[in-house]
Design a protein around this ligand. Structure first.
Ligand SMILES: O=C(O)CCC(=O)C(=O)O
Length: 336
């Protein structure tokens, strides 16, 4: 079978199909490190303080890091370990799971949307649907043999964390804690295990170009040793230094719509480096397909008229995957 993935393949120079035009390159020397990323202590018992901190972070940044999040360190370490083991498998073994069809519920793929894009990205990724686990786990990789157990446990923990965060986000908007969850319905959960091999010419390409996430909430586990995540703040790209024992949380497009534009689905991207491979694990909480996404009336009264039209998540998701990743914000297509 033709080799399509890049992990485990040797490259002495960057293949032409990965080279961005000059104006679209990451300009790594111009990126500053973000020293004031909001770090939110979820162990805080003062709910109104927590809601305030989360609200400020969602409004000003669209992302934050959480510590004391109650996901056991052992489970996180095992997740990272098994993800590395998976990407270190021989290419032929990984290729058994390869697909470039975004509608597949389990696939190993590369770049972003290889059939649509004109320039590729320096990333391989394993994309899994994770909820309900009993439906999807049987199709997950059985090599490494511990993969299914470790990843299922991780998924349960992250889902519970996501729901706690959604309650706090709802409260931070002055709403009942269940309001956001009620709009999102029985939420789906997806995972992208991203692997960015060391890249011969990192200045010329991206791991993932700038994008916002189409879902509701993303919980990202970053490689502690190798940074690469950057977010756009006030028109400037900022590098997010990995913080020990923390997750990066970012607001997705659906919370931007639910909040009537008060909270921002942040533009972010992943850059690569010449020396070391980087791993990240993104867990996405997604509204159910039939969820009718609309801001509650408390947020659309008076001067705050509804910015977006109502739509179903199925409609949104289809529109997201039919585009290239770095086009305009997909939510703009749903403005009133
Ligand atoms: O690898 C990262 O830090 C970012 C990953 C990401 O944005 C994604 O999977 O959507």
């Amino acid at each position: 079978m033709e080799t399509k993935v890049i992990s485990g393949v040797q490259f002495s120079k960057l293949p032409n199909s990965y080279i961005r035009p000059e104006s679209e390159r990451p300009k790594l020397s111009e990126v500053a490190e973000c020293n004031n990323v909001p770090i939110i202590d979820l162990g805080c018992e003062d709910r109104s303080l927590l809601a305030k901190q989360i609200g400020d972070a969602c409004r000003e940044y669209g992302f934050f890091q959480v510590i004391n999040h109650a996901v056991p360190k052992e489970i996180v370490d095992k997740m990272v370990g098994v993800a590395h083991e998976f990407f270190n498998l021989p290419v032929e073994e990984k290729m058994k799971l390869y697909s470039d069809d975004p509608s597949k519920t389990m696939r190993l793929s590369t770049s972003f949307n290889v059939k649509k894009e004109t320039v590729h990205n320096w990333r391989d990724y394993l994309r899994l649907h994770c909820y309900p686990l009993e439906k999807y786990v049987p199709e997950w990789p059985s090599n490494p043999s511990s993969f299914k157990d470790i990843v299922s446990t991780y998924c349960n923990e992250v889902r519970a964390l996501g729901f706690r965060l959604q309650e706090a986000i709802s409260e931070s908007l002055g709403l009942h804690k269940d309001c956001l969850k009620n709009v999102l319905g029985e939420q789906g959960q997806h995972m992208a295990v991203n692997y960015y091999p060391a890249c011969p010419e990192p200045e010329l390409t991206f791991g993932l170009p700038a994008h916002t996430d189409p879902n509701a909430l993303t919980i990202l586990l970053q490689d502690l040793q190798v940074s690469g995540l950057q977010v756009l703040k006030d028109g400037k790209w900022l590098a997010i230094k990995p913080q020990p024992d923390a997750f990066v949380v970012n607001i997705g497009d659906q919370i931007q719509a639910f909040s009537n534009g008060k909270y921002r689905s942040v533009w972010h991207r992943a850059v690569v480096n010449a020396d070391r491979a980087r791993l990240s694990v993104a867990s996405f909480l997604c509204p159910c397909d039939a969820a009718n996404i609309s801001a509650p009336k408390e947020l659309t009264t008076g001067e705050n008229r509804a910015i977006y039209r109502d739509y179903t998540y199925a409609e949104y998701y289809k529109s997201f995957w039919s585009r290239n990743l770095d086009q305009e914000h997909c939510l703009e297509l749903f403005q009133n």
